[in-house]
Design a protein around this ligand. Structure first.
Ligand code: NAD
Length: 376
């Protein structure tokens, strides 16, 4: 009997992505798997049912939840969906282990094996499985398009019959995956870009994309490549330099995040009040509490003629490519475990071992297990 791999029509509000696209369905079938999809699963992402060749279909979610040996998801399953799974099932997807403690407990109690894409180790070998990165790069790209749309200015310099238009100044705070894609996008659109990150390793990456690195004159470099704790004086100096760059920018895209923790607060109300009228802040950390004091997730706040945009789930706004990249990440993750059409997990493989959230009635990820205990 070959393994049945299932995909649902995602049920979370405003989720338009799908965990399986036709290209990946085809690859799974060639690996010997059977693919079971809920009707309409891909249509909001631009993949109507007719494009999925060789798949089996279910009219409702229940048929997939009951029929799948391996269920591929985008958003975490709800408690009701978890209750419908077979206890022998394996679930792979985003699990938000730090936020969805009730769902993690339900997965554990149901006895299912679950792998969280957030926990895939960020080692070279696992880059092709890195769903955090693929979706973050989409958010970085979209954030700049939002800033461009909200600004009443051109991003590029223009020389016109009506005179010269100066290019917009865009500042990116947090030069991780999303931030670097934001820099690249803003540069392609002709903005003058500056960027800042606490990790000094980003300095060269920022420069190689044609942006200027904001030098705060404070080095957080400690021993062994780790950042050291800054003194209060150093922190104040760092913030003072950053505040001046924020006040000078037409648009700021912030992406600063610390995994499993609330986002660092980097833009105060007072600094927003120093920005020019018409300036825009796009806060990609809105869902983690925001990098800006005035951010409200899912809203555009206007304060003294400055707009602060707090987008949520930006990847879902580019659902075709987001689903394509995510489905490929899932395929690359699963492929080593597909042996002659059967699911065989090598627990000595650090990718499977580290990304496993629950199995055999136990929470395998230590920090989540501790959070669960603390919540009880
Ligand atoms: P993230 O989304 O967790 O955070 C975004 C950025 O915010 C990070 O660059 C972080 O340094 C920065 N930041 C945090 N606090 C800040 C502050 N107070 N001020 C300014 N910036 C702040 O990060 P990410 O994009 O997921 O990347 C996290 C790390 O993983 C990076 O080191 C990245 O190079 C690494 N990574 C490795 C691989 C791989 O090897 N497979 C793939 C992707 C990312």
């Amino acid at each position: 009997m070959s393994v049945t791999i299932g995909a649902l029509r995602e049920s979370a509000p405003r989720e338009t992505r799908v965990s399986l696209v036709p290209e990946v369905t085809d690859k799974l079938i060639r690996e010997g798997a059977r693919v079971l999809i809920e009707r309409g699963a891909g249509e909001r992402a631009g993949y109507p049912d007719a494009l999925y060749k060789g798949a089996s279909w279910s009219d409702d979610a229940h048929g997939v939840l009951q029929g799948a040996d391996v269920l591929l998801t985008v958003q975490p399953l709800t408690l009701d969906q978890i209750a419908q799974l077979r206890s022998s099932a394996t679930v792979v997807g985003f699990m938000q282990p730090y936020a969805r403690t009730a769902e993690v407990r339900a997965l554990k109690e149901r006895g299912v094996t679950s792998f969280a894409m957030e926990l895939v180790p960020r080692i070279s070998r696992a880059q092709s499985m890195d769903a955090l990165s693929s979706q973050a790069s989409i958010a970085g790209y979209k954030a700049v398009l939002i800033a461009a749309n909200q600004l009443q200015k051109f991003l590029p310099m223009l020389t016109t019959a009506a005179g010269t238009i100066r290019p917009a100044q865009l500042l990116v705070i947090g030069a991780g995956v999303a931030g670097l894609q934001a820099i690249a996008t803003a540069r392609r659109l002709g903005a003058v870009v500056e960027a800042y990150d606490v990790r000094s390793a980003t300095r060269e990456q920022v420069r190689s994309l044609g942006a200027k690195f904001v030098d705060t004159g404070v080095s957080a470099e400690g021993t062994g490549g780790y950042a050291r704790e800054l003194t209060a004086e150093e922190k104040a100096r760092q913030q003072e330099v950053l505040d001046a760059r924020i006040a000078a920018a037409d648009a700021v895209v912030t992406t600063a995040a610390v995994p499993g923790r609330p986002a660092p607060r980097l833009i105060s109300r007072a600094v927003i009040e120093r920005m020019r009228p018409g300036s825009v802040v796009v806060d990609l950390a809105a869902e983690q509490g925001g990098n800006c004091e005035l951010t409200r997730a899912g809203e555009i706040v206007e304060h003294q003629y400055v707009k602060i945009v707090g987008p949520v789930n930006l990847a879902a706004e580019l659902a075709y490519n987001a689903s394509e990249m995510y489905a490929r990440n899932l395929f690359n993750f699963l492929k080593p475990a597909l042996v002659k059409g059967e699911l065989v997990i090598d627990w000595n493989d650090e990718v499977f071992a580290q990304s496993c959230l629950t199995s055999g009635g136990v929470v395998r990820h230590e920090p989540t297990a501790k959070a669960l205990e603390a919540a009880q």
